[in-house]
Design a protein around this ligand. Structure first.
Ligand code: ASP
Length: 444
């Protein structure tokens, strides 16, 4: 209920922000004395406070979330092959999602449309020339040097230093190591696993508190963006939003093909079975809030064995976020397309850089909490991995809520497809084998 109210409030905030921004941009003369202080206040509330607060929790949130996610697999280890099939499915579909996203953004090039170029020029003005030398220097680094400096050396850094510096690659890889070690050690490492699981709950709670600021903060950000840039900013974001939604549509077609060919279930039966979960995910923008409905739909409407879905769906809600992964890759590349050469140091989208975005988007989606706008928080990790200052994230924040609706419903759909597929593939592995065939035949 509270989440649905928040969602309505965010829409009201967006509409109000748009009106305020249009008013400031179109009707207030540039020399008006209150224009500058108004924009200062809008930026302070939206960027300094809201983005600042989200940034504050990134490092502990990611550490706790990834360790907790991996530790939840300890049950999967007990379930043997089913756990590995589940992980294999999550890994493959998330990679496909990021691949589709990168393909879409690199084909559509939303950050290179005229409207986006106009936005960038307004931001940049004279700064571009100063950066040219750095761009040339960056492009002169060999792929091997970039791999060594930007990937290996960042991964192998003192983890405490990574936490302090917000070095996302370092945090993610250390979290994976802790999680894997906990799973392999088992009982003696339980206190460590429990600590991170509890920490994850705490971080999710703080994220939810911060989301209370979202309606006003997002309104302020929209108002500030529109007031300073007018139409072009919105058109640029229109192309960006279109790219995300287009990528998500292709990924849904892919998921339905997986349901049909691997899960052996009619896509129509599947869509009908999960429509309630899909709608709740779309409106609540939280996979966690949707989980009880997802489990019910998958068990009762799709006839998946609860032994499979009760394991795969909660782990999936934590770790498997196709929509989020796709979105993070698109968003970061879009921002690089628009602002890359204005940033200090400038960002050049080399193949290695694209690979870093691919890998960190997959990992960051694993680290995203299943709550509203969590993908926005972990997107900062992908951004820092490629040296994109977090301030720039404010430019996509304006449309984040709408895109969260699309990516959360895709996350939930991906989890449900996973349950169907793992159920189909794990049939002979079940202890109570006879139960499964009957359920399956009734569902497909
Ligand atoms: N809101 C999404 C979810 O709960 C996560 C995200 O923000 O991408 O699945």
């Amino acid at each position: 209920m509270a989440r649905i109210r928040l969602h309505s409030l965010i829409f009201i905030g967006m509409a109000a922000g748009l009106l305020v921004g249009l008013f400031l941009h179109n009707w207030v003369p540039e020399e008006a004395r209150f224009l500058e202080p108004s924009i200062w206040v809008l930026d302070f509330v939206g960027k300094t406070m809201f983005i600042g607060a989200l940034t504050m929790i990134i490092a502990p949130l990611i550490l706790a979330s990834i360790v907790a996610g991996i530790c939840s697999i300890s049950n999967a280890a007990a379930l043997g092959q089913m756990g590995w099939k589940t992980l294999g499915y999550y890994f493959c579909t998330t990679m496909v999602a990021v691949g589709i996203g990168l393909g879409a953004v690199l084909t559509i090039n939303p950050g290179k449309k005229d409207s986006a170029v106009a936005v960038r020029e307004q931001m940049a003005e004279k700064k571009f020339e100063e950066k040219r030398a750095y761009i040339e220097e960056s492009s002169s680094r060999s792929a091997g040097e970039i791999f060594k400096q930007d990937i290996v050396q960042r991964i192998l850094r003192n983890p405490f230093k990574s936490l302090v510096e917000g070095n996302s690659l370092g945090i993610i890889s250390f979290a994976i190591l802790i999680g894997l070690a906990c799973v392999l050690i088992g009982e003696p490492a339980r206190p460590v696993a429990d600590f991170f699981i509890a920490m994850n709950h705490v971080m999710m709670k703080i994220t939810m508190w911060l989301m209370g600021m979202a309606p006003v903060a997002i309104g302020c950000i929209i108002a500030s963006v529109v007031a300073q840039m007018g139409g072009p900013a919105l058109v640029a974001l229109g192309w960006y939003s279109f790219t995300v939604v287009f990528g998500i549509a292709i990924h849904i077609v892919f998921l339905l093909m997986v349901v049909k060919w691997v899960g052996k279930m009619s896509p129509l039966v599947f869509l009908k079975g999960i429509r309630n979960a899909w709608m709740i995910a779309f409106s609540s923008t939280s996979s966690a809030a949707t989980l009880p409905v997802t489990i019910r739909c998958v068990n009762e409407e799709l006839g998946v064995d609860p032994k499979v879905s009760n394991f795969t769906l909660p782990v999936g809600a934590t770790m498997n976020m196709d929509g989020t992964a796709l979105y993070e890759g698109v968003a970061v590349i879009f921002l690089i397309q628009v602002f890359g050469d204005l940033i200090e140091p400038a960002i050049v989208l080399t193949p290695v850089m694209t690979l870093v975005i691919f890998i960190t988007a997959v990992l960051a989606s694993v680290g995203a909490a299943a709550v509203p706008s969590a993908g926005l928080v972990t997107m900062a990790l992908v951004a820092t991995a490629v040296g994109l200052p977090l301030d720039y994230i404010a430019y996509v924040l304006a449309v984040d809520h709408v895109l969260d609706m699309f990516r959360t419903s895709t996350n939930v759909m991906g989890d449900a497809v996973g349950a169907v597929v793992v159920d189909r593939l794990s049939g002979p592995l079940q202890e109570d084998g006879p139960e499964l065939p009957g359920m399956r035949s009734s569902s497909s």
